[in-house]
Design a binder for this molecule. Structure first.
Ligand SMILES: C[S@@+](CC[C@H](N)C(=O)[O-])C[C@H]1O[C@@H](n2cnc3c(N)ncnc32)[C@H](O)[C@@H]1O
Length: 395
């Protein structure tokens, strides 16, 4: 039997699941190699998978926190973990949590320590903070747990419990750095969280090529695309956004996140495309368009139904213009589009519009291939706007 691996999803398991399927497909692996274990754990097994491939897959993901291998024999596991010097270990429980778990973790950790001592292995046990059930990424990294010992994972669903050993943890620092430390940002308009930008780029199921973001803002999507190894075009109606994207890309080079990205950022109003720019777009081999278009002015209060409909009409017109441009000038078989359509919360409930109001039959909507509910949503608690993500491919 090939080895089995686990991935722990981030805060949005359906998005993470879709991302894993699309990244697997870019590695030539079928979605049937994934089994969903509970809501937030994905088990992966395939005869072509090596640990190195698993790590390379994991490194591309925005929506996975941990990756590890499934431990078949828990009885021999601890003593096989001998490392030079003091062994440092932690335990995390993922999936279905019980109230008694934080005291269970302490007992189990102390039991393992004792067992290791019998084998003359001295060890230090790191507990999750605040009586929690799993170590956070910072704890795993700071305590050098993966280098100097192990993180044992107890993976539970409603029926059973299996065990795993963490191989790698998400590069949280990189995502936070690119979010906060980059020189250009538009606080008023808001920027996409880099992890979501990363997931959207991955939804293209491509691993190289050129991506265009026609509503680039300060360039979160192009930046993540570049870090993944894509070349990019980035455009916006706002010259400051174009400048920010340019400065942010230079910063990515300075910080060593990228080394050989080809890119261009330029002014473009998608409702009045300049013919010289359109010519440039036409002459570039664009593989995918990935964008978070303008979603109307930022909202802090519940909208009236009438106002929300007005805003939706405006954004629908804007997005239609983008598709006119793509359909007339750029559409070629196989080109992908990953984009967001907003839902607004109103005094009468949530409202939005359907993707079919924007695109004709020649565009295949891929959501249903990936998500059982077809919905790929991202929203913050109590927010007035939800982002609905659509994955399209031109037939
Ligand atoms: C939601 S923001 C994108 C933010 C971006 N994803 C980021 O993380 O920085 C939408 C962008 O669309 C741009 N925009 C609005 N109308 C446009 C138009 N007609 N043509 C091109 N860009 C437009 C705005 O200037 C804004 O930068």
């Amino acid at each position: 039997m090939p080895k089995q691996y686990f991935f722990e999803s981030g805060t949005f398991p359906d998005l993470s699941y879709t991302e894993l399927i699309t990244v697997l497909s870019s590695f030539g692996l079928p979605k049937e190699s994934i089994t969903r274990y509970g809501n937030s754990i994905f088990l992966l097994q395939h005869k072509k998978l090596t640990e190195l491939t698993v790590i390379n897959i994991f490194k591309r993901l925005g929506g996975a926190i941990r990756v590890g291998e499934i431990v078949e024999d828990i009885d021999t596991f601890y003593t096989e973990q001998k490392k030079e010097g003091k062994l440092i270990f932690g335990i995390s429980i993922l999936g279905d949590i019980k109230k008694s778990d934080s005291s269970f973790l302490k007992r189990l950790g102390n039991g393992i320590k004792k067992q290791l001592k019998e084998y003359r292995i001295s060890s230090r046990f790191v507990l999750p903070i605040r009586d929690g059930y799993s170590l956070n990424a910072a704890q795993v990294i700071k305590n050098e747990i993966l280098g100097k010992g192990f993180e044992l994972i107890i993976i539970r669903n409603k029926e059973q419990e299996i065990y795993g050993r963490t191989i790698q943890i998400q590069d949280l620092e990189g995502f936070v750095n690119r979010d906060i430390q980059r020189p250009g940002s538009n606080l008023e308009m808001g920027t996409l969280p880099p992890k979501l930008a990363r997931m959207m780029v991955n939804f293209t199921a491509l691993s190289s090529g050129t991506i265009w973001d026609p509503f680039c803002g300060s360039g979160t999507i192009p930046m993540e695309a570049a870090v993944l190894g894509f070349n990019f075009l980035a455009s916006d109606i706002d010259p400051k956004a174009v400048e920010d994207t340019d400065n942010n890309t230079k910063w990515l080079y300075q910080e060593g996140y990228i080394t050989d990205t080809l890119y261009q950022s330029f002014y473009l109003d998608v409702t009045k495309p300049d013919s010289a720019v359109v010519k440039k777009l036409k002459n570039t081999d664009i593989h995918a368009i990935v964008c978070e278009p303008f979603m109307g002015p930022p909202q802090t209060r519940l909208l009236s139904d009438v106002r929300a409909r007005e805003l939706l009409d405006d954004v629908k017109n804007l997005y239609s213009k983008l598709f006119e441009l793509i359909d007339i000038k750029l559409a070629k078989r196989g080109i992908k589009v990953v984009m967001i359509i907003p839902s607004y919360k109103t005094n009468k409930g949530w409202i939005t519009f359907g993707i079919r109001e924007l695109v004709g039959k020649r565009w295949i909507v891929k959501n249903s291939e990936y998500s059982p509910t077809r919905d790929l949503k991202w929203s913050r608690k109590n927010s007035i706007i939800t982002r609905n993500i659509f994955i399209l491919e031109r037939s």
